[in-house]
Write a protein that binds this ligand. Structure first.
Ligand SMILES: Nc1ncnc2c1ncn2[C@@H]1O[C@H](COP(=O)(O)OP(=O)(O)OP(=O)(O)O)[C@@H](O)[C@H]1O
Length: 313
């Protein structure tokens, strides 16, 4: 397994506020890796540290084998980055901004950029100031990928874009990963992430709660709806991420080994019926946000390694 990003025990504080707290994770090359978290969770901070735009207080970070502190400039040359609010020169046309940016990269940057504008149907002669939000986003993405970076980092790439543009963006990410390149994506649009991500990391207030392949998360997390004849809650033989009671019905999101058979729960006294369902990524995300316990990252990184090998195959 080759590694695109390696973050080891990184912490970052802004004054008294801890933006990242002892975060470690590995992004295998050729995957779409999604960083999920609520506002202020530390997603943008992670991205800025990776690009050397901020410096970590402790720990180490490597991108494509390069040290984020010492080799930031080299990293920025090899990585494509679409920030949350791309800063584009408003007075330039789409074509001019491509010509200008081409000066920083080897050929055939401009040619590739023009092909991308054509694919995204962006009018090349239109000034950035006269473009819609979606068109600007497409220009940003084209600028970020025209040098065919091995790693593309996108911070909230689809927020505020319409469904069709969002779909185009997501399809480009899948295409990029299919070519063996890596995409790191920070997002609030969880249902979209579910369509494209291979690996998901959930961050809450600077803490990494889980990092795992999406397939494995979806195999191991189940929603259980248990109907009881009395008021006592059922006893569960597994880790509970969230629970909710409505009268005599209990709903749990639980984490269990794959293929756990819950039928034998009906042997417990007062258990009348047990139903199971695979939750959506959004439901899993909400459960982690509401869980008060920090999940064991050691176990999960172990399973991540196993699952990344699965992804590679
Ligand atoms: N330059 C800074 N100075 C002070 N505090 C900062 C700075 N940058 C980020 N923070 C704080 O660090 C925390 C993490 O911010 P960050 O921008 O990484 O969150 P985020 O997950 O990207 O949020 P969002 O989804 O809203 O963009 C927040 O509490 C934020 O206020």
């Amino acid at each position: 397994m080759t590694t695109a990003i390696e973050i080891s025990r990184v912490s970052k504080r802004f004054g008294n506020h801890t933006a990242l707290d002892d975060v470690s994770l590995t992004v295998p090359a050729g995957t779409v890796f999604a960083l999920l978290g609520e506002n202020g969770a530390g997603k943008t901070t992670t991205i800025k540290l990776l690009l050397g735009l901020e410096e970590a207080d402790s720990g180490s970070m490597h991108v494509l084998g390069m040290d984020c502190r010492r080799e930031a400039e080299k990293i920025r040359r090899r990585v494509g980055y679409v920030p949350e609010q791309p800063a584009l020169y408003d007075w330039m046309t789409a074509s001019e901004i491509g010509w200008f940016t081409a000066g920083f990269y080897p050929e055939p940057y401009e040619q590739e950029y023009r092909k991308l504008l054509e694919r995204f149907r962006v009018p090349v002669g239109r000034k950035i100031s006269q473009m819609s939000k979606g068109m600007r986003a497409k220009v940003s993405l084209s600028l970020a990928i025209a040098h065919q970076p091995e790693l593309l980092i996108l911070d909230e790439p689809t927020s505020g874009l319409d469904t069709l543009v969002r779909r185009e963006f997501l399809e480009s990410m899948v295409d990029i990963a299919a070519e063996g390149r890596t995409v790191l994506l920070s997002s609030h649009q969880i249902s979209e992430v579910e369509r494209v991500a291979d690996i998901v990391a959930i961050v809450r207030e600077g803490e990494l709660l889980v990092v795992e392949s999406l397939d494995s998360l979806k195999c191991q997390i189940r929603e259980l709806t248990i109907t009881m004849s009395g008021s006592r809650p059922p006893e569960l033989p597994c880790e509970t991420l969230s629970s909710r009671q409505r009268g005599r019905q209990w709903q749990f999101l639980v984490r269990t080994p794959e293929n756990t058979d819950f039928d034998n729960l009906t042997q417990q006294s007062e258990v009348v019926a047990v139903e199971t369902r695979t939750p959506s990524l959004e439901e899993i995300f909400v459960a982690y946000m509401q869980s008060d316990k920090r999940a064991s990252c050691t176990t999960e990184s172990e399973s991540l390694t196993a699952n990344s090998q699965e992804v590679e195959r």
